[in-house]
Design a protein around this ligand. Structure first.
Ligand code: F0G
Length: 353
């Protein structure tokens, strides 16, 4: 517990004797068995992997720890990323932990407040641009080519290496690969990383089968589904508001190599999944994360038989990053009463009779 991914899987990562073994306690996240929603969908074995339990509240920490360890090994002077929020929070935290100056580029007005707060309090230099994530990533790529600053987006292969450990954990916990893995797709690094992890474990004989990789984009930001970049991606799920994924090919390989799908879910479907995960499973994830379960609901509606299937949905980030959205979309009103017991009884047990 808390050993971190570099300590847990050193032989399966680009860890050498020169690599500093750092950790902020990332990885080893809960794989929680569904108590209600699986039954409602007729799914025998449904699990949620709670990546929001990582130190900065998203899966990004798995890849970031590897990228930062290699950056330290190479004597990096500063790091930079573009981000819809979670990557910047993770980079900023590891930058603080390792005393590396950190620059983050974010699309102005499009990042959830909790994520912005993280990058700021961890002490990164936060640079807002008048443009979307794709424009920010283009700038970061050019800047890091011209300057002695390390890029820590998932186009840095060490990020993918670290993130593949989530697939290892699933197989280690279940004793084999699931039948299907549902996962949100934005820049497409994570689906690429999981697929790599599952294949490596199979090559090592630690699992017999491979899961079908079921990736879901938001309808207004679904370039892979459409087969062409989206110039102005739109979705409530700001974390996956991406029009031209950097690891597009990786997502296609995962889909085709596994007999899976890359499909889209609407904002309404995402929000429905977001609310259901919270009020039927006690899982508060962010809207982008709910795209995975929204995808499972969509497949169920389309008639996919989920019985006798072992399914894992990845909950990529913590719902606390965007509390305003939770309040506005919960639909539940709060009640105000005078501070006496009769008033309390009137609005609780009294209102039931
Ligand atoms: N879920 C969350 C919560 C994310 O923050 C992201 C990506 C994804 C899913 C999609 O993962 O990009 O590997 O396909 N967030 C990036 C960021 C883009 O900047 O934080 P992906």
């Amino acid at each position: 517990m808390g050993a971190g991914v570099l300590n847990t899987y050193p032989d399966l990562l680009p860890v050498t004797s020169a690599t500093p073994i750092i950790t902020m306690g990332e990885g080893d996240t809960p794989l929680v068995r569904s108590n209600r929603l699986g039954r409602e969908l007729g799914c025998t074995e449904l699990y949620f992997k709670l990546e929001g339990c990582n130190p900065t509240g998203s899966f990004k920490d798995r890849g970031m720890v590897m990228a930062i360890a290699k950056a330290l090994e190479e004597g990096t002077k500063a790091i930079m990323c573009a981000s819809t929020g979670n990557t910047s929070a993770s980079a900023a935290a590891f930058g603080a932990y390792c005393d590396i100056p950190t620059f983050v580029l974010i699309p102005k007005g499009e990042v959830a407040m909790g994520k912005l707060a993280q990058a700021m309090i961890y002490g990164a230099k936060v640079i807002m641009i008048n443009g979307n994530f794709d424009a920010a990533l283009g700038m970061v790529r050019e800047f890091t080519q011209r300057n002695d600053v390390t890029l820590v987006n998932s186009v840095n292969p060490h990020r993918i290496e670290g993130q593949k450990t989530a697939a290892f954990e699933i197989v280690d916990k279940l004793g084999g690969a699931p039948d299907m893995l549902f996962i949100p797709v934005g820049n497409a690094g994570n689906i690429t990383a999981y697929w790599k992890g599952f294949r490596e474990y199979q090559d090592l004989g630690r699992s017999q089968a491979l899961p079908r990789m079921m990736g879901f984009q938001a309808e207004g930001a679904a370039p892979i589904v459409r087969g062409e970049p989206v110039a102005r991606p739109q979705t409530i799920a700001s974390a996956i508001r991406i029009g031209n994924p950097a690891t597009w090919n990786g997502a296609i390989e995962a889909r085709d190599g596994s007999g899976g799908v890359i499909d889209a879910v609407s904002d309404d479907e995402i929000l429905e999944a977001y609310r259901l995960l919270a009020n039927k499973e006690g899982i508060f994830c962010e809207p982008a994360s709910a795209a995975s379960f929204a995808g499972l609901m969509k497949m169920h509606r389309q008639g996919m038989d989920l019985s006798d299937k072992r399914i894992v949905c990845i909950c990529t980030g913590n719902g606390l990053k965007d509390p305003d959205l939770a309040v506005s979309s919960s639909g539940g009103q709060t009640i105000e009463v005078p501070a006496n017991i009769e008033a309390l009884e009137a609005v609780t047990i009294g209102s039931e009779s």
